[in-house]
Unconditional design. Sequence first.
Length: 465
Amino acid sequence: MTTTFDQRVAEALADKNLKLAVERTAGTAEAKRTIAVDAFPDFEAARTRAAAIKDHVVANLGHYLHQFEANATAAGAKVHWARTAQEACDIVIRLCKEAGAKSVARSKSMLGEEIGLPHALAEAGIGRIETDLAEHIIQLSGERPSHIIWPAMHKTREQVSALFKTSHRNPHVEETIAAMAESARRHLREGMLAADVGISGANFLVADTGAVCTVTNEGNAELSLVPPRMHIVTAGIEKIVPSTGHAVHMLRMLSRSATGAPLSQYTTFYTGPKRHGDRDGPEEMHIVLVDNGRTTMREEGLAEMLRCIRCGACMNHCVVFRQIGGHAYGGTYPGPMGAVLTPAFDGLKQSRDLPNACTLNGKCQEVCPVRIPLPTLLRGWREKSWREGLEPASLRSGLGTWAWFARRPRLYRAATAAALKSMRLMGRTGWLSKIPLAGGWTQYRDMPKPASESFMAQYKKGRRS
């Protein structure tokens, strides 16, 4: 059954475990990022350089994509092009069938989620082993990721413990994180090593070498991509960087912004399949470059969003995400970045609520390592929604009424003075728990009793004195 954004939000706000789980992780990430940034010499200049690198690549995307294709092919990889999510999935399924794959080991990839790869593999009858610990939790619970770095952020450790005990053949006994991780390791290791195909995303694609860079905290990518006969990469076309040096700069920004670490535990560059003399590696390497609306984004005013390096900092600091978690957003990508991307991928008509849910406080832009002007892009979606008549009639008439008063200053001041007096009468206890026409606010929080005079009245009094 399809649910609305309001229904998903109401469900999220009523879930006490969700609030606890999100705060445990996002709060820790926020604190660690602050420490990491404070210890980084001239972080603001590094952000500016990172944004310039991405802008240059996006402006010259065709050049760098063809350079990458040429160098990846020279290294022995095979490059495929997919205009849509369906084309990308079709290519992956065809390659898996050609390899005679009965099972695949998949390293965490939001691009894979975006194109619907897990569902496509299931429909093709190909077994899927999610090798990332959090993705393994998601797979067992039959849910979608709620965060791009920590897909199981919405789960408490107590919920994960119960899930493992009902799903693992040899579950943990001790109620510790280490014991639960060991339980997952026992459960996953055999399947990871026995998989016929390894599938990954890419954090960066290096144009001048044809290399694919993956970043993980668990080493699951290396273990699940090297042993299989075939390694398939699915990557958005905006993942290109010109050189290894540029990739290293972006890695410094990514790790600090995502987890607060100077560098992730496992950072690997894959350049082609196994060559003569190599002790290990896949016999075949295929790279599927996916557009899926990115070219359209570049042409229609969303080029700055293509800077995104998928660090998750915007959602870790977002006051809305911290209250409702990721699933309430309804798309592949949650948080501020999702509020910009989902209308581009799924259509504004289906997702106009997301840009409107933002408070526009600007914290997401402050912490973005590539300086994406997220509030500006969100306002752009709001303006387009208004122009296209997608806003509900109640909102349009309400704003029309406000505009009528605003064009008549004396009447406007009289109306606001009357409203102020009424609100003070309703807030005799110091708080307002119910306000006419503001149920969306007071349903979940009380509003403090307003001052005896409006801001403009106080301002004018201050100027006279």
